[in-house]
Design a protein around this ligand. Structure first.
Ligand SMILES: *[C@@H]1O[C@H](CO)[C@@H](O)[C@H](O)[C@H]1NC(C)=O
Ligand SMILES: *[C@@H]1O[C@H](CO)[C@@H](O)[C@H](O)[C@H]1NC(C)=O
Ligand SMILES: *[C@@H]1O[C@H](CO)[C@@H](O)[C@H](O)[C@H]1NC(C)=O
Ligand SMILES: *[C@@H]1O[C@H](CO)[C@@H](O)[C@H](O)[C@H]1NC(C)=O
Ligand SMILES: *[C@@H]1O[C@H](CO)[C@@H](O)[C@H](O)[C@H]1NC(C)=O
Ligand SMILES: *[C@@H]1O[C@H](CO)[C@@H](O)[C@H](O)[C@H]1NC(C)=O
Ligand SMILES: *[C@@H]1O[C@H](CO)[C@@H](O)[C@H](O)[C@H]1NC(C)=O
Ligand SMILES: *[C@@H]1O[C@H](CO)[C@@H](O)[C@H](O)[C@H]1NC(C)=O
Ligand SMILES: *[C@@H]1O[C@H](CO)[C@@H](O)[C@H](O)[C@H]1NC(C)=O
Ligand SMILES: *[C@@H]1O[C@H](CO)[C@@H](O)[C@H](O)[C@H]1NC(C)=O
Length: 541
């Protein structure tokens, strides 16, 4: 009897405690296509960089003071002298970076891939003495090719570059990570690159080297990012950054099991909070069925130390709901009214594809509108069409815009809203002259599903005057493209087409879906401007 009472009291206590301590934090901390995070703390400021592939500007830099509330602060690569990408295929461009701070200077080491693997990934670093200014140097190029470049400063000032390449000197795997001393001023290699460790799983990449309490630590991603073998491993050495490296007894230190919501965990970087606690950021995917349309996202994981070895999340799988810190409320509405208050640039968070030869938009010609003049490129070319994109960050959300676009009888151009993964995989709803009757305007949907399959459907005639609202409704397993006519942002859309998220070839893209606005002249410059009154995202739940 006594025992029963005790049990009920403790059960009640558990319920009460869980009611009042239920708050925790929500992963991913950076939803949407934000892979390969590298993190740094200087003073009270945390800074975090992610990969940007073929998108411009390159290398997003996020800022936070509490590890939960992150703001997109700036980009490291904003000028063609830093980054130029012309015929760069999808998913190449800028791969993983490492963000470091040494003697008052910030460094981002990275690389650009023009055509992997037939050309070598060209490594480089950029530096800034004032990260808050958002201004970074031109690249200092390494002469040792490889991706996932990491810089490590030893106590004597020697600088080491570790990176990963597919050319094998003496490693057992097709891809191996190497380390060499470099001359920081020139980026030149001073010692022959040596294999860091011989991995027990097909290959390591994403190397980060630290020296903590006099011991060298090497963290690496392993197993390949696309498969369920992706994981994080740790090593340590008492000798130096070239090893020999001893593997952590419980490697992999992060590797979520099959069947849980969060998959492909790995590519970690660690940081110590002012209170002494350690944290890791890493990438993971949330598959919806077979596919993860938000791409590889950034997660936060508590790190503790056991016998001088790192323990991620107390040996537990990494989850969407984690204990500690706090549960941030994210806004359900994001809107850009293109009211730039004098600026001629789109707000931070808009991207375009590759390096445009010239700008094709104006925020000044018609104040309060984003005016796009399509160039001759269409959305299926390995080129730089006039498309402006924002990362999709919620599974259930609607992207919408209001468009004024009046193509004349002679104009073959088109403008509208697009769901963008790559030039091969994008789905658009736009306005153009009707094929059957070019004197009139039509709504058109275009689905590019790769394998050279383009479906142009739903030429629905609409009035020749007035604006049209365009909608891309995202749900966990499908997308729908819709429109409404008239100048009424609260009108109920008519959805013309839906397609499953499984149109997305997960293995073909390292990125995730973007929502966008576009205009194209379809092989000639578009002489008619497309005016967008707003872009908005309404999160459904
Ligand atoms: C976090 O807050 C949201 C509401 O903003 C709530 O729906 C959710 O249950 C909370 N999650 C946790 C783990 O506290
Ligand atoms: C997050 O940070 C931004 C920028 O510093 C601030 O405006 C906002 O209020 C913060 N949000 C929360 C929930 O703390
Ligand atoms: C990796 O394996 C090769 C072949 O067995 C060996 O020559 C090399 O020394 C090893 N490297 C490391 C860093 O263990
Ligand atoms: C470094 O040493 C201190 C003091 O012994 C210890 O508390 C801490 O956990 C160590 N840190 C690491 C990363 O091993
Ligand atoms: C885009 O342009 C290329 C080159 O002119 C052409 O081959 C392709 O069919 C066009 N695609 C669409 C969807 O119009
Ligand atoms: C998206 O909506 C579906 C259907 O309402 C729901 O089952 C699912 O949990 C939602 N997903 C998220 C991440 O909110
Ligand atoms: C698409 O067309 C190009 C050019 O004709 C061809 O080289 C390529 O193999 C095709 N791709 C597919 C997946 O069919
Ligand atoms: C659009 O055209 C219709 C028919 O010509 C006309 O009744 C209507 O007033 C026009 N609306 C605008 C906004 O110009
Ligand atoms: C739509 O409404 C806005 C705000 O009332 C107005 O500025 C704009 O001129 C209207 N556009 C059209 C095409 O009627
Ligand atoms: C806009 O559309 C909504 C929903 O169809 C309707 O209730 C509202 O009256 C319309 N507003 C105008 C100004 O036409």
């Amino acid at each position: 009897m006594m025992l029963n009472i005790n049990l009920s009291w403790s059960a009640l206590l558990v319920i009460l405690v869980s009611c009042f301590t239920a708050s925790g934090y929500i992963n991913p901390i950076l939803p949407g296509a934000n892979p390969d995070p590298s993190i740094l703390r200087v003073g009270r400021d945390y800074w975090l960089v992610v990969s940007s592939f073929e998108f411009t500007p390159g290398i997003p830099i996020y800022h936070s003071i509490d590890l939960i509330n992150w703001t997109l602060h700036s980009h490291a690569l904003t000028r063609p002298s830093q980054l130029s990408m012309y015929m760069v295929p999808q998913s190449l461009g800028v791969w993983a970076s490492t963000l470091r701070y040494h003697n008052g200077r910030y460094y981002i080491s990275s690389e650009k891939l023009d055509n992997y693997p037939t050309t070598y990934p060209r490594g480089f670093y950029v530096w800034s003495d004032n990260i808050a200014s958002g201004v970074w140097s031109d690249p200092v190029y390494f002469d040792n090719p490889g991706f996932d470049a990491d810089l490590f400063w030893d106590d004597d000032g020697t600088v080491y570059l570790s990176n990963t390449r597919a050319i094998v000197f003496n490693g057992p795997h097709a891809v191996s990570s190497y380390i060499s001393k470099i001359d920081l001023a020139t980026g030149n290699t001073l010692t022959r690159p040596e294999v860091l460790v011989n991995s027990t799983v097909p290959w390591i990449e994403g190397t980060h080297i630290y020296k903590l309490n006099g011991t060298y630590y090497l963290f690496t991603a392993a197993g390949g990012t696309q498969t369920n073998t992706h994981q994080e491993q740790a090593f340590r050495s008492s000798v130096g950054p070239t090893g020999p490296w001893e593997p952590c007894p419980w490697n992999p230190i992060a590797h979520n099991p099959n069947g849980v919501a969060v998959q492909n965990t790995g590519h970690a970087d660690i940081v110590q909070a002012p209170d002494g606690n350690w944290w890791a950021v890493l990438l993971a995917r949330r598959n919806q069925g077979k596919f993860a349309q938000l791409g590889r996202e950034t997660y936060l994981v508590p790190v503790t130390w056991q016998d001088g070895w790192p323990v991620f999340n107390n040996y537990q799988p990494i989850a969407e709901v984690m204990p500690g810190l706090y549960n941030i409320t994210r806004p359900k509405l994001w809107i850009d009214n293109f009211d730039q208050r004098g600026s001629s640039e789109l707000d931070i968070g808009w991207y375009t594809v590759r390096t445009p030869y010239k700008s094709r938009y104006s925020l000044r010609e018609r104040p309060g509108y984003l005016r796009i003049y399509g160039n001759y490129m269409n959305l299926t070319e390995v080129a730089s069409p006039a498309v402006y994109l924002r990362k999709q960050t919620d599974f259930n959300a609607t992207w919408s815009t209001s468009l004024e676009y009046y193509p004349g009888e002679q104009d073959v151009g088109e403008a509208g809203a697009v769901l963008w993964l790559t030039e091969q995989y994008n789905q658009a709803i736009g306005v153009r002259s009707c094929d059957s009757d070019p004197a009139n305007r039509c709504i058109v949907t275009t689905t590019n599903t790769g394998a050279n399959l383009t479906f142009i459907e739903n030429l629905v005639q609409i009035p020749n005057n007035g604006s049209v609202q365009l909608y891309i409704k995202a749900e966990t397993d499908q997308y729908s493209l819709g429109y409404s006519v008239g100048n009424n942002s609260t009108a109920t859309p008519t959805y013309l087409i839906s397609f499953p998220n499984s149109l997305i070839p997960q293995s073909l893209s390292y990125s995730g879906y973007y929502f966008g606005l576009y205009s194209t002249g379809r092989s000639v410059p578009n002489l008619v401007p497309a005016d967008f009154a707003y872009a908005r995202v309404d999160v459904a739940n």
